[in-house]
Ligand binder design. Sequence first.
Ligand code: SAM
Length: 240
Amino acid sequence: MTPEGEALLRQGAAELELDVEAQVPAFAQLMALLQDANSKVNLTALKTEPDIVLKHFVDSLSCLRGGYLDGAGQVLDLGTGAGFPALPLAILRPDTTFVPLDSIRKKIEFVRAAAQTLGLNNVHPQVGRAETLGRDPAHRETYDRVVCRAVAALPVLAELALPLLKPGGLLVAQKGPITEEELQAGRRAAGELGGRVTGVDAFTLPVLGDARTLIVVEKVSRTPKKYPRREGVPAAQPLF
Ligand code: SAM
C-alpha cells in the first residue's frame, strides 16, 4: 500500500474513533492480495487503492460503531463476497471468531487464502447458503452476531440471519440509506422470525461522506422451525 493509502486508512479509522496503527501492515498485505487476485479474476468491483481503503476497509470497520460487536464470541458474515466486512473486522478483533459465509466457492477460496496469509486464526470461512446453514443443527441458533453488507433487503436478511442467531443475539446489517418502506417491512419480518429492530443508526462514511445505516435486529425469541424457507425463496418471495 502506498503512503497515501496508509494515511487514508489512518484518517478513516480515526473518524470512526479506531486506532489501526498496529494493524496497518495487515491491511497493506490484504490490499496486495486483493489487487493481485483482482488482476486474475473479477473478485470485487472496487479496484483502485483509495476505493479499496475507503469503501472496503473503512466501510467494513464502520460495523464496529455503537459497540454492537463488543464481547461477541462467534460472528457470521452473511454473503461476505471477498471477505467484507469479515476480514477487516477480524484484523481488528483477534479475540472474536468470524465465519465468513458465501455461496460462491471462488470467493471463499480467496477469503481462506487471505486469512491464512495474514495469520488470522480467528477466521473460519464457509461455502454455502444461509438458508442451508439456517436449517443445519451445527449452525442454527449458534451465532452471537450476524453481520452483513450489501446482500439483500431487510425482510430477506431477517429470514436468512435470525435462524442462525442464538436468542439474545444481534443482526447488524450495514446498508446505504434505507427507506421507511423497507424498514417497516423489515420490522414485520423480524417480528415473524423472533426478532425486533432495536437500532437504526444513520451516519456518513468517513472522508467520502456517503450515507450509511447500521440496522440492529435483536433475536428476542426462538425462530419458528418453518424458517428459513428453502434456498432462493426468501429473496424471491420476501415475507413482507
Ligand atoms: N458483503 C460483501 C461486500 O460488501 O463486499 C459482498 C456483497 S455481494 C453484493 C453479495 C454476496 O452475497 C454475494 O457474494 C453472494 O454470493 C452472497 N449471497 C447472497 N445471498 C446469499 C445466501 N443466501 N447465502 C450465502 N451467500 C449469499
